[in-house]
Design a protein. Structure first.
Length: 326
């Protein structure tokens, strides 16, 4: 694969999952059959969780899932996707300050509980409830302020996390949803809480688990909040704790995982961390695993305008060329 100036990375939510890409293409044209077939053929909670999440992000802007449920009202997969879409719409409404947020949140919570009853072995309804917990940043609901399982961790929706973990231990999305809750807790939760949580989750994870990459995320969040891109000498990523986190993600996750099934966000965060730590040869292996794909985050936080994808792509291309050229 060329590392020359002409390389243009591709941003696609399906990444290396070609079957998911086909389903997304049909979904965007209003057709649900490919989605239904894909989910019928999906085995393993990790793939199930990842595919339903990506599909919902696209389906939330249309009535495709409603049409599917009208045709196949007894489909459990259709019910789970209905729940995913309801949660996605509530979260989007919350982000935009939409006045219908309370109503959409109530509908989404009801959908979660229905799905949990119909599909008791599925972790997704509980992961969806974790996603909705972010909307309760002041922790008014009792289930969002339960006592933590370890010191140095704050009260939170630990029962919901435990329910997801009971069905799929070390589920990647469940822990990332918890991380988002900690960021939002009481307005803007301290990054130290999120970092302590990431270490706690990673410490219990087996080798090859994506949770070994979890500490990379609060490191990026701290960099963002401290406006690290504005500093003349960027020493943040070569500090001992940052390089240690990058090495752990490489040695305990990347070297043992199936990279074509790995989260593109995780791979991008690891490539970014290793590049920042000046471990160019190791970063090159991650860039090679990414192939043509990239995600705007975390690269956008190296730019003046994180909402503009063009500078983020340029930072990615520059980092990739430097590492592959090493």
């Amino acid at each position: 694969m060329s590392d020359g100036h002409g390389f243009r990375p591709v941003y696609h939510p399906a990444g290396h999952d070609n079957d998911l890409r086909v389903a997304l293409q049909d979904l965007r044209t209003g057709r649900w059959l490919s989605m239904a077939r894909l989910l019928d053929d999906t085995s393993g909670w990790s793939s199930w969780t990842q595919r339903t999440q990506v599909l919902a992000a696209v389906a939330a802007g249309s009535d495709v899932v409603r049409a599917w449920r009208a045709e196949e009202p007894r489909s459990v997969a259709g019910l789970v996707m209905h729940t995913r879409v309801a949660v996605e719409r509530a979260v989007r409404a919350h982000r935009s300050g939409h006045p219908r947020t309370p109503e959409l949140r109530h509908e989404a919570q009801a959908a979660c509980h229905t799905a949990a009853a119909v599909a008791p072995a599925d972790p997704v309804p509980w992961i969806c409830l974790l996603a909705l917990a972010v909307l309760d940043a002041t922790q008014e609901q009792e289930e969002h302020r339960q006592a933590p399982p370890a010191p140095m961790l704050p009260p939170g929706p630990w029962g919901l996390l435990a329910e997801a973990a009971r069905r799929d231990p070390h589920n990647r999305e469940a822990h990332h949803r918890m991380l988002q809750f900690l960021y939002a807790r009481r307005g803007t939760g301290p990054v130290s809480e999120a970092l302590n949580y990431a270490y706690w989750a990673a410490d219990s994870a087996p080798v090859s688990s994506a949770l070994h990459a979890l500490p990379l995320y609060p490191r990026v969040e701290r960099y963002r909040r401290e406006r690290g891109h504005e500093k003349a000498l960027d020493l943040y990523w070569v500090a001992e704790d940052a390089t240690r986190d990058a090495a752990r993600a490489l040695d305990s996750w990347f070297l043992f995982c199936a990279t074509d099934e790995a989260s593109l966000l995780d791979l991008n965060h690891l490539a970014h961390a290793l590049w920042g730590a000046l471990r160019f040869d190791d970063a090159a292996r991650v860039f090679e695993a990414l192939g043509p794909y990239y995600t705007p985050l975390p690269w956008a936080h190296r730019t003046k305008d994180p909402d503009d994808p063009a500078p983020a792509e340029e930072v990615f291309r520059s980092a990739r060329a430097r590492c592959l050229g090493s």
